[in-house]
Design a protein. Structure first.
Length: 124
């Protein structure tokens, strides 16, 4: 029998921990939100066990990310981080533009982001 390459991220435990802390939740609070117990959430964060798909969906809903973002380590999973639906829609539209137009938009965004970072440095 041929082995299949896993798409499960070895970084899931760290992602879960970062998401939980960034949302100001304790392990117990997260456990309550997803219908699990504290020990189970602790084991998820330590990489001892993985949640069932049902619990993975609940975790994704709590943090407003996709299951794909939680379980994969590729650039496509980054889309799960985008919460602003209008921004997501605009990115989808940009993706459908000709490559030259996409490069123009990327250059504009890069300049805008660099300017904002520079302003933050100056103004603290």
């Amino acid at each position: 029998m041929e082995e299949k390459e896993t798409v499960l991220s070895p970084n899931f435990p760290a992602k879960l921990r970062v998401l939980r802390k960034s949302h100001g939740l304790s392990q117990g609070q997260l456990a309550k939100k997803i219908g699990a117990d504290l020990q189970r959430v602790s084991k998820y964060e330590r990489g001892v066990i993985w949640p069932t798909m049902e619990l993975m969906v609940k975790i994704a809903k709590v943090f407003d990310v996709s299951v794909d973002f939680l379980i994969r380590d590729d650039k496509e999973a980054a889309i799960g981080k985008i919460r602003n639906q209008e921004l997501l829609h605009q990115l989808e539209e940009i993706n459908n533009l000709p490559e030259e137009d996409q490069e123009t938009v990327v250059s504009f965004l890069d300049a805008f982001i660099k300017r904002r970072k520079f302003e933050e440095l100056i103004h603290g």
